[in-house]
Ligand binder design. Structure first.
Ligand code: N01
Length: 535
């Protein structure tokens, strides 16, 4: 049946041409390995290609959310704003692909349907919508937030108006002027979209299941003096990422709220509110670990919401009751202010759940006539891109089945039963609780070094041991248990997806992770097994 398919045999197949895939390609090409990147879209960029909704912007400062592997690149590229918008980041990634001549090794509009390990040949057989490949290594660079969560709401498939999703926003201009629009979800994507679209549309109905903490971005044009200063000591500046818990230089802090004068604390939080964005915790190390300290920071933001939102009832609905940071902190440009507009309505789904979606309406406490429905309902985070296709390891085991009770991985890099398969920023690594850019570079560098080490030492197969993987995930959970993250319902632990096993997946603590990774590596890749062809 598949006789028209060609069998291609690169050394490495990389899945996904986002931030991780393009840097991985660059490194492997430099090593002299034949490599192909398979990309489902007709454009590279991953997250920054798909998520084109109005207001889409990175909430980590541009000078930190950029590659550091090439001094020429980081000196030459100039960001126009403190926090870059999606179009500029996409332009940057395209520049990187052209600058390092990567495009010709990326196959676009090619979707991987199955990846199967052949135990006899120790090769990965990868089937796509176009070709069959056989490669020694298979690297999933598929991102942590790439499979959208489609809500299970009665009538959604029969909606006849304009249906949009923040995670698959059309490339062409979307004209929402004079439209009645509903948006479901109030996470980061929605919080960035709402202020932008509220200005131009007739009415906006915001359907909120859980309110979120959000900090003003205070974005603006790039301060040229700051840029020049950082560029004059870029390598040193980048090192600061590695000493901060979440990998963001602006987030470093040694003080404890519990040991500080409350007036001083509120003064510092006020400063953070005015300038730090996602680094709002900046200065205080106990906000993520001590519920009492966390409550001080949470109350600070709750009071800000009360001050900003004029209608007390709306303000009350917008106030989160859980630990600040437990769900991913959001960063906005006038989000809470938008609820003072006369054309914006907040519907709290806890008191008024959506009953059904009609052909041109949405029914909760009453029926809202709408022209456009925007889904901003998040992602099957961290595992979705790996469980939505058949990845078949030893003895025919499918990764999706192996992870039924919760995803387990060694360091977020390797998975037992799946030899010669690497994941970049997989479960069990800092990933989404870090600045993704340096975390991606860290993993890409590690994978490159590991493959190089295997070549130098005549090893052909690597696999993480089950014991090492279990011990690692126990550590991930033990650390999470010491923080406020574990006790909050969030996509970090799969709570946003029906029937997904609840397991806390990110490793908390960038410096600790880096230390452990270094220790394991210098100990001859402790916990990995080499050249076991049949277990
Ligand atoms: O998704 P989310 P997102 N009925 O999961 C609600 C990154 N990001 O796309 O909280 C009604 O945060 C859901 O409610 P609840 C960033 O890491 C980064 O906004 O589950 N509502 C929630 O309110 C971020 O965290 C940037 O109760 C439903 C919302 O939908 C991550 O992407 C910018 C529902 C989903 O929020 C994801 O953000 C944007 C249902 N059936 C995003 N199902 C940067 O700046 C879900 N919801 C880097």
């Amino acid at each position: 049946m598949n006789q028209s398919r060609t069998l291609l045999n690169p050394d490495v197949v990389i899945v996904g041409a986002g931030v991780a895939g393009i840097y991985m390609l660059h490194k492997l090409k430099n090593m002299g390995l034949t490599t192909v990147v398979l990309e489902k879209s007709d454009e590279l960029g991953g997250t920054w290609n798909w998520n084109r909704y109005p207001g889409a912007r990175c909430d980590i400062p541009s000078l930190e959310y950029s590659y550091q592997f090439d001094e020429g690149l980081q000196q030459d590229w100039n960001w126009s704003e403190k926090y870059s918008g999606q179009p500029e980041i996409l332009e940057y990634l395209n520049h990187v692909a052209d600058r390092f001549d990567l495009r010709k090794d990326i196959s676009f509009e090619e979707e991987v349907l199955e990846a199967k390990f052949n135990e006899e040949s120790s090769l990965w057989k990868i089937k796509t919508n176009k070709e069959n490949y056989e490669s020694k290594f298979c690297i999933f660079a598929t991102g942590c937030l790439s499979v959208p969560n489609k809500p299970d709401i009665e009538g959604l498939d029969n909606f006849e108006g304009q249906l949009l999703s923040t995670s698959y926003w059309p490339r062409e201009e979307v004209d929402l002027s004079n439209k009645n629009v509903a948006i479901i979800g109030t996470g980061s994507s929605s919080i960035q979209t709402i202020p932008e679209i509220a200005k131009e549309i007739k009415n906006l109905y915001v359907f909120q299941r859980t309110p979120n903490y959000s900090i003003p971005s205070n974005n603006g044009p790039m301060d040229k003096e700051v840029e020049a200063d950082i560029k004059s000591r870029y390598a040193e500046f980048r090192k600061e990422n590695w000493s901060s818990g979440f990998g963001i230089a602006s987030d470093t802090g040694e003080a404890f709220i519990s040991e500080s004068d409350i007036n001083e604390v509120n003064g510092q939080l006020e400063e953070n509110w005015k300038s730090n964005g996602l680094g709002f915790f900046g200065g205080y190390a106990d906000i993520p670990v001590d519920p009492n300290a966390n409550e001080v920071a949470a109350d600070f933001v709750r009071n800000k919401i009360k001050e900003i939102v004029k209608d007390p009832e709306t303000a009350e609905k917008l106030i989160p009751k859980y630990h600040i940071g437990g769900k991913r902190l959001c960063v906005d440009t006038g989000y809470f202010e938008t609820f003072n507009r006369e054309n914006v309505y907040l519907i709290d789904l806890h008191s008024n759940p959506i009953n059904r979606i009609g052909e041109s309406s949405i029914e909760a406490d009453k029926e809202y006539d709408i022209d456009t429905l925007i889904l901003a309902t998040g992602f099957d985070a961290m595992t979705g891109a790996l469980t939505s296709l058949d990845i078949v390891g030893r003895n025919g085991i499918i990764l999706r089945d192996q992870w039924k009770q919760g995803a387990k991985s060694y360091l977020g890099l390797g998975i037992s039963n799946f030899p010669n398969l690497f994941t970049i920023t997989g479960p069990g690594s800092p990933s989404v609780l870090s600045n993704m850019m340096p975390s991606i570079e860290q993993h890409v560098n590690w994978i490159t070094d590991c493959i190089g080490w295997m070549i130098d030492n005549n090893k052909s197969v690597i696999e993480s041991s089950l014991a090492a993987e279990e011990e690692w995930m126990d550590l991930v959970n033990e650390i999470a248990g010491m923080t406020i993250f574990k006790s909050t319902e969030s996509w970090y632990n799969g709570s946003n997806i029906d029937n997904k096993a609840k397991a806390f997946l990110p490793f908390i603590g960038v410096p600790v992770y880096a230390e452990k990774l270094e220790e394991i590596t210098s100990n001859n890749y402790q916990g990995f097994i080499f050249d076991v062809s049949n277990k």
